[in-house]
Design a protein around this ligand. Structure first.
Ligand code: SF4
Length: 348
């Protein structure tokens, strides 16, 4: 059975060439056509012999997703709904800025099986995991639409990247490769809801990709309610894995914490967060929750966010309050949901 070429990592395409008795150089040529030149057909690959192109077209079909809808925010960010070859739908967001950075928030799965209470994607369940090239396609689609080179990627859209570990890492390597997208590893961030085995594997990767963890509560009972999919990944175990990550890599990671009124914003919650973060090489991003009609989860006041940031800083824990982007197009962090049923928020 033929498998789309975008299901393969760089190393696997090289393996295909070797097995076919062809030069590995051909792998680089094909990958360059697909990811650096955004070729839509093997016919475009004029420096590849016709016979190879024909064989590849049969054995490894090349698909490119279509943008089915695009919304532009007043702040310039754009949200896209992409449709893949099998009609799978995924949302992605382009976030330009005036500091020279141009960031894409990419999805690793269509839907998600983690079932976080506040999340639209989680409520709708998992449709399927994306292939490496399908994750990269989101970056290419946004880049083409803006006509501007993407400098940063956050895999913080739909899905849990560490539930699709191999494909996500293969996508990151395509983005990072100097002859493909050439995005610096430190400018690529993976956001997990705290899959310990994934963090352990990520610790061993040679590249300097960065890590973010959606924490949202440092009290076990609160986190268990908000994020039932990671109930078996206890906060203590998560902390140990993160400490090993920092010790082994020397890199700081960030915690994402969306403050929700009356849910995870008490004095006790703040004290637990400070205790949890103490002596860890971390940064806390306090996220403003974007209100969604019908959701029981409400944002806290900007004043409270400021108090949390100041108290964390006073305790020696670097913290910031993140500016919300694209909330008017439901493209802000926590609002992605491609499935017809839109429920609550997507926090990534
Ligand atoms: S917040 Fe992330 S991990 Fe949780 S259900 Fe939503 S997409 Fe999945």
């Amino acid at each position: 059975m033929s498998e789309p070429i975008k299901s393969y990592s760089i190393a696997s395409v090289e393996g295909i060439m070797r097995n076919a008795g062809l030069s590995v150089f051909r792998a680089e040529q094909i990958l360059t056509w697909i990811y650096a030149k955004a070729a839509r057909s093997y016919n475009d690959m004029t420096n590849i012999p016709k016979v190879i192109r024909e064989q590849f077209a049969l054995a490894f079909p090349l698909h490119t997703p279509e943008i089915t809808t695009k919304q532009t925010s007043v702040d310039g960010s754009r949200k896209y709904l992409l449709k893949y070859y099998d009609d799978t739908l995924v949302e992605t967001v382009g976030l330009p800025s005036n500091d020279g950075r141009f960031t894409v928030c990419a999805s690793s799965q269509s839907g998600c099986s983690m079932g976080c209470e506040f999340c639209a994607t989680g409520k709708n369940g998992l449709t399927r995991s994306l292939m490496p090239g399908e994750i990269v396609d989101q970056v290419l689609a946004v880049q083409k639409d803006f006509g501007e080179r993407v400098t940063n990627v956050v895999v913080m859209g739909q899905g849990e990247p560490f539930a699709n570990y191999d494909a996500t890492l293969a996508a990151l390597r395509i983005m990072n490769h100097p002859k493909l997208l050439n995005i610096g590893a430190r400018h690529i961030t993976v956001s997990t809801c705290g899959i310990v085995k994934g963090i352990e594997r990520f610790t061993e990767e040679p590249e300097q990709f960065t890590l973010a963890v959606s924490l949202h509560a440092a009290r076990q009972e609160v986190r268990d309610k908000l994020m039932p999919g990671v109930k078996n990944q206890r906060l203590g175990t998560l902390r140990q894995a993160l400490e090993r990550y920092s010790n082994a890599t020397g890199r700081r990671f960030s915690f994402e914490y969306a403050l929700m009124d009356g849910i995870n914003d008490s004095k006790e919650d703040l004290e637990s967060l400070i205790t949890y973060c103490r002596r860890m090489l971390c940064h806390v991003n306090l996220i403003p929750l974007n209100e969604v009609e019908g959701s029981p989860f409400k944002p806290v006041s900007p004043q409270l966010m400021g108090i949390w940031r100041d108290q964390l800083e006073a305790a020696g824990i670097p913290a910031s309050t993140r500016r919300s982007r694209g909330s008017d197009i439901a493209g802000a962090c926590g609002q992605l949901a491609s499935a017809p049923l839109r429920v609550w928020q997507k926090m990534g």
